[in-house]
Design a protein around this ligand. Structure first.
Ligand code: BEZ
Length: 333
């Protein structure tokens, strides 16, 4: 351990993570590294400097978002801060919050269905882990009931499900009765476990705490995070909603379809792809909004070979043929 660099002793960014629906607005203090709030890369390592869970939550939310900045941005910031070495970059993998492509770490947790060892639970399937603020709350009850209703759709896509909040497994079990009654699900359990994270270890580690939402004892609760993990255990998608916005689980299924199309068929999906009744992508070479797009890494020759249904190039002023539509490879010829 050498003496601290300027970036370690001065804050990197001041932000209100909730000010604009979770969008990070680096304050002017970022540019000057003024002493406002110690967050950003390396925040986790500086956790010992935080005295309360609220501070940890603020650092957690901020670091989760900061971790999604590009390496280049972080390097630029390091240069602004005058840091010499690569210490901040080196610490990237140790911060809480996960980057796309990182392996989702293994963990053990109690749950409404008993002890869960995460990597054993997800096995070699796709997985969704979604957190919610607290048991016995209205939006959460509708969300977990809706997720239960859609469980057969997730199963069809080989996706195992788990929810998580900062309440105990016993509380989860009691609340599940309300979820079942409210959504008229029948039976005596929902088709996925709710993980218990009373000490907030997982919530902090994965950047899921919401510093603006507190439980009855003043402790921050979990935000509505969504993590989709591939069979290779790597993070494929993360989304963070505030406590007051219930998630659209149909949209999450649509995203799973898109991720799996990319993984298995080398296609991307355009704006509003497959949105029922939404604004259409039709035009410029596409005939309906289920059309997919050939990913840029595939050449025309490779695409001709790979996509038996063919592809259509959009004509563009640039003359560059980079917009290539192809019918959904899963649809009948
Ligand atoms: C809800 O689930 O209704 C909720 C939870 C925490 C804050 C706001 C809403």
């Amino acid at each position: 351990m050498g003496s601290p660099t300027p970036c370690e002793t001065t804050p990197l960014i001041a932000l209100d993570a909730r000010a604009d629906h979770g969008i990070v607005h680096p304050s002017p203090t970022l540019l000057s590294c003024a002493p406002v709030l110690q967050v950003g890369l390396g925040a986790w390592e500086r956790e010992t400097a935080c005295t309360s869970l609220t501070e940890r939550a603020e650092a957690s939310v901020a670091a989760w978002q900061t971790a999604n900045w590009t390496k280049e941005t972080r390097c630029k910031r390091r240069r602004r801060c005058g840091e010499q070495g690569g210490k901040m970059g080196d610490s990237g993998s140790k911060t809480q919050g996960l980057l796309l492509g990182q392996e989702f770490p293994n963990f053990e947790a109690d749950s409404s269905q008993g002890k869960i060892v995460w990597h054993d639970y997800i096995n070699e399937k796709w997985a969704i882990l979604f957190s919610h603020p607290a048991d016995f709350t209205p939006v959460c009850t509708t969300e977990l009931g809706t997720a239960a209703q859609l469980a057969p759709e997730f199963a069809k896509r080989n996706v195992v499900m788990a929810a998580l909040s900062v309440d105990s497994a016993e509380s989860h079990k009691a609340w599940i009765k309300d979820i079942i009654a409210h959504k008229e699900l029948g039976g005596d359990d929902i088709p996925y476990p709710i993980l218990a994270d009373e000490k907030r270890d997982l919530a902090v580690k994965f950047g899921m705490l919401d510093p603006d939402e507190k439980d009855g004892t003043g402790m921050p609760v979990t935000a509505r995070a969504v993590f989709i993990i591939g069979p290779d255990k790597k993070l494929k998608l993360s989304i963070l909603y505030p406590a007051t916005t219930g998630r659209n689980f149909d949209e999450i299924l649509r995203v799973v379809d898109s991720l799996q199309l990319t993984a298995y068929q080398s296609v991307a999906t355009p704006a509003n792809w497959n949105v029922k009744g939404g604004a259409s992508t039709v035009g410029g070479g596409s005939t309906d909004n289920t059309d997919c797009m050939v990913v840029p890494s595939i050449s025309d020759d490779e695409a001709k070979e790979k996509f038996k249904k063919g592809f259509t190039k959009a004509e563009l002023p640039s003359g560059k043929g980079y917009i290539r539509y192809t019918p959904d490879p899963r649809s009948a010829m």
